[in-house]
Design a protein around this ligand. Structure first.
Ligand code: IPD
Ligand code: CA
Ligand code: CA
Length: 298
């Protein structure tokens, strides 16, 4: 399909992509000049770039789609009874951004909500845009129209087993002490080609859709992190569920996205982990130090 044909085939992506690119250009400027950081929680960072990007996206979306609702990470709650609702992460990867680590994006997911749906109930995801302004990569999709990277079709990978997979995860910036994810990190490290923890959940999902990684999992994400990426993964031929294999819901505390081919293997692995089966013992730092001391003596 030509670029022109793709554009005419989409309903929302062309305008939304233009907005994501404009917000991304602002993020690039802030990134180049450097910004001060504030704390939302003990390590949960926010900057003027997050707020400026959300303000811009909110204003532009309200011009282009005046009847659509908007639900943004930095507090926007507009028209939440509307049939269409945008989930906006104006800067996914704020910690990276604040440290000058080049991995962050704008994420915009569109949900269609049948009339009468209660708050907290899911509608249908119908469009998603994730824009990486430093690499100028635009990941875009609409339901039933495939997944696209800079106007070229993209597909999840065909790797059939976890042992040959590259996977990704992330760690929450709130209530970190309550997360069991380090155990999963360890086990996935032992069973795959490696685990990446690059600090942008939306880009992690986009990379699964693009076939750059086979899977991504995380605890406690929010709809603005996941809405666009879920549809990208599904439209690229992948699968997204919770850790028990149930359909993913936007309010879910668990996300498991994969190329589809390794999904059942991953679900079996999660079941084993939660049941405490097959865990490889890890030496504690003290045990390792004792072994080292013993080796030095001998
Ligand atoms: C964070 C990133 C990170 C994930 C965190 C998110 P933010 O989003 O997506 O990869 O591990 O759980 O909160 O705060 O940079 O928008
Ligand atoms: Ca985020
Ligand atoms: Ca954010």
């Amino acid at each position: 399909m030509t670029t022109a044909a793709i554009a005419s085939n989409f309903t929302w992506v062309p305008q939304a992509a233009a907005i994501a690119r404009e917000a991304g250009a602002r993020l690039r400027e802030f990134y180049a000049q450097g910004v001060e950081t504030e704390y939302k929680g003990d390590v949960d960072l926010v900057t003027i770039a997050d707020r400026t990007s959300e303000k811009l996206i909110r204003a532009r979306l309200s011009e282009v789609f005046p009847e659509h609702g908007i639900y943004g990470e930095e507090g926007t709650r507009d028209r939440l009874d509307a049939e269409f609702r945008w989930y906006i992460d104006p800067l996914d990867g704020t910690t990276n951004f604040a440290h000058g680590f080049p991995q962050f994006c704008v994420s915009m997911g569109l949900e269609q909500r049948p009339f009468g749906l209660k708050q907290g109930e899911d509608g249908t995801l119908v469009a998603g845009i994730i824009y990486d302004p430093l690499r100028d990569e635009l990941f875009a999709t609409e339901r039933g129209k495939g997944a696209w990277l800079n106007n070229k079709p993209m597909h999840a990978s065909r790797t059939p087993v976890l042992a040959e997979s590259l996977v990704a995860t992330g760690f929450p910036s709130r209530k970190r002490h309550a997360s069991p994810n380090i155990h999963f990190y360890q086990e996935f490290t032992l069973r795959s080609h490696g685990v990446r923890r690059a600090g942008s959940a939306a880009l992690d999902l986009a990379y699964v859709a693009a076939g750059r990684m086979e899977a991504f999992w995380e605890f406690n994400l929010n709809p603005w992190d996941t809405a666009a990426g879920i549809l990208l993964v599904e439209e690229a031929g992948g699968r997204v569920t919770d850790f028990a294999g149930k359909p993913f819901r936007l309010a879910s505390d668990e996300i498991l996205a994969s190329n589809g081919r390794i999904h059942d293997e991953l679900l079996g692995f999660f079941a084993d982990m939660f049941a405490g089966r097959d865990l490889a013992p890890i030496p504690t730092a003290a045990e390792w130090a004792a072994q080292r001391a013993a080796a030095l003596k001998s």
